[in-house]
Design a protein around this ligand. Structure first.
Ligand SMILES: *Cc1c(COP(=O)(O)O)cnc(C)c1O
Length: 585
């Protein structure tokens, strides 16, 4: 697939591979072994049929391993063939080619390139190794244990035996070098080993081999040095870097928000379309009431457009004059959609007791896909749906509080929603979200972040200014301290009446459905500390409504988010990779 750059002559090639059986085994078929002939054919076709739907969770299935090896072998083979056709040798591969391991899923590219150099080209181990370590760089995407890929030794040995033997040799030599480096500290070597407890640790393999290792936000890049790769960092500190993520900038502004693009162009010219840094010129208009009024008119128009879309697709009527409070992202406990639900339950309970209270109308918009096997995530989706339905049955409360769960969250839906958003919910437990990119899309479209000091939210705060973001909750060090002290969610349940009433509502039923497993997980374990951050979140929610009700203040906050969003362009991120890691001119 050809991919052209905006306003440039550059065209890149994105290769997409698909697996096919080399040929149907007619011999086997003719001998009467119909089933085996067909089975071979369908196993081959199955390799590139499905994308495993997990997010931040490992999937140790044999088909997944075959997929990973298939895609790595295809791409490495293609790179090697192209290089050979130009240079006729692989001696200079590392001088001409950079291979980037984006998360651990393509880790097998490392032993696959070793295999080609050793077995197909006859290089010595030392010479092959030198080429490989100067070719590969690695980006880490998560520190959560359940997401770090580990492959069972016996599975790898069975499916890809030669690749397995190369990984074993890499590990043996790596452990030997660690022993020499660390004064024969065998406990440390065992801790840092690529293979341990009968499992191959893919992130460890990537760090051992790559000449560069980076996280995807400033906070995350510090966390990997302090935690998962601390020992590796102490050995080779010069390897560790940061490249904060970016987004497809023109898709999320120029293409998906034409009205805002038009207003910006009329105000600051069109240089910002090519270079996001030029959005900063908008800052001159932060006290210009005429401009701020126009900016809010664009938002209002995008909200109407979104309301029409929702009406057409789910027959639900939304109020474009209400605050659009948006949490759209994969469903995962660490992202804490249930913290958002807890606050909605508290508001709903308040309105049930005070139906005539003064209340700024608010629409909570959710969208999320859950991995099919993630039971609690699906329960949380059902709970959002249930509260949405129950509130809709109460016409009086519905005028003030409304909840909608949009099905099939995808980029296409996102492109309509981002321009219509007022509040961007980025409420993960501090230290769990590596970067986030939804936070950047929403900021660029003028939404104000309501979030924790996690991932790129910290850099969004720096870019937008402290007054133009609403921060709540524990910091990463505070989370670690509370964990070390011993976190007991039951104490919060017992001592905080609002928390208790929200959790009890899950037990007694919402729209006739009970959510005992969600309630128990919060009350008994609460691994992502929802209850510990609840009061602070509720205060931040109240404050966001106060800000919104001061129209010019809100418009100014929105403007400062747009003005500061330029650094979150992927143009900037890719430039950093090119200069600091791939060493491209
Ligand atoms: C941007 C985006 C994401 C990532 O969102 P986060 O809030 O960073 O988790 C997920 N899904 C879709 C469809 C997106 O557009």
């Amino acid at each position: 697939m050809y991919v052209s750059g905006y306003g440039s002559d550059g065209v890149s090639v994105l290769r997409l591979w698909s697996a096919k059986a080399p040929s149907f085994d007619m011999n086997m078929f003719n001998k009467g072994d119909y089933a085996s002939a067909l089975a071979q054919n369908s196993i081959a076709n199955a390799i590139s049929k499905v994308l495993y739907p997990n997010d931040n969770h490992l999937e140790g299935k044999s088909l997944r391993l075959r997929q990973q090896y298939f895609l790595c072998a295809a791409s490495i083979g293609d790179i090697v063939n192209t290089h050979m056709s130009v240079y006729g040798t692989l001696d200079n591969l590392h001088e001409k080619v950079a291979i980037h391991i984006n998360d651990t899923h393509p880790t097998l590219a490392i032993p696959e390139l070793m295999r080609i150099l050793l077995d197909d080209c006859g290089y010595t181990w030392e010479k092959a190794w030198n080429i490989v370590i100067n070719t590969f760089a690695y980006t880490n995407h998560t520190v959560m244990a359940e997401a770090l890929e580990k492959w069972d030794v016996n599975l790898v040995k069975h499916v890809i035996p030669r690749i397995f033997s190369i990984i074993v040799e890499i590990n043996n030599r790596y452990c030997q070098s660690l022993m020499e480096r660390n004064g024969y500290d065998s406990a440390k070597t065992t801790r840092m080993s690529i293979i341990k407890d009968n499992q191959i640790h893919m992130a460890t393999l990537c760090v051992a081999v790559s000449h560069s290792v980076n996280g995807v936000s400033k906070l995350h890049s510090e966390i990997i040095k302090d935690s998962v790769f601390h020992d590796e960092f102490c050995n080779t500190p010069e390897k560790f870097k940061n490249v904060t993520n970016g987004i497809a900038y023109r898709r999320w502004l120029y293409q998906s928000n034409p009205e805002l693009t038009k207003l910006l162009t009329a105000t600051i010219g069109d240089k910002f379309i090519k270079d996001g840094a030029n959005l900063a010129a908008l800052k001159d208009y932060e006290n210009d009431e005429e401009f701020l009024t126009k900016l809010m008119a664009v938002k209002r128009s995008n909200k109407e457009r979104f309301c029409k879309y929702v009406k057409n697709h789910s027959k639900i009527t939304l109020d474009p004059d209400s605050i659009f409070d948006v949490q759209v992202k994969r469903l995962h406990e660490y992202k804490r959609q249930h913290l958002n639900v807890m606050n909605i339950l508290a508001d709903y309970n308040y309105l049930l007791n005070n139906p005539d209270a003064d209340f700024t109308p608010k629409t909570y918009i959710f969208a999320a896909k859950a991995a099919p096997g993630y039971y609690l995530a699906k329960q949380i989706i059902k709970m959002i749906w249930a509260i949405s339905e129950e509130i809709r049955k109460n016409p009086k409360i519905s005028k003030k509080l409304s909840v909608v769960f949009l099905e099939n969250y995808c980029v296409t839906l996102s492109e309509i929603l981002m321009p219509a958003s007022d509040i961007s919910e980025q409420i993960s437990l501090a230290g769990t979200e590596a970067s986030g990119t939804g936070n950047m899309k929403l900021m660029l479209n003028g939404a104000v972040t309501l979030g924790t000091l996690d991932g790129a939210n910290i850099e969004i705060k720096d870019a937008a200014g402290d007054d133009n973001i609403i921060i709540f909750g524990m910091t990463t060090p505070e989370v670690n301290e509370l964990k070390a002290r011993g976190y007991n969610p039951t104490n919060y349940y017992s001592s905080n009446g609002t928390i208790r009433s929200c959790i009890d509502r899950m037990y007694t039923g919402i729209n006739g459905c009970t959510f005992n497993d969600v309630a128990n997980s919060l009350k008994d374990r609460d691994p992502y500390m929802v209850l510990a951050d609840f009061e602070s979140y509720r205060q931040a929610q109240k404050y966001s409504t106060e800000c919104y009700n001061d129209k010019m203040k809100w418009a100014k906050m929105s403007l400062n988010n747009i003005a500061g969003a330029g650094i979150f362009s992927a143009d900037r991120a890719v430039t950093e990779y090119a200069e600091n890691i791939w060493h491209l001119k």
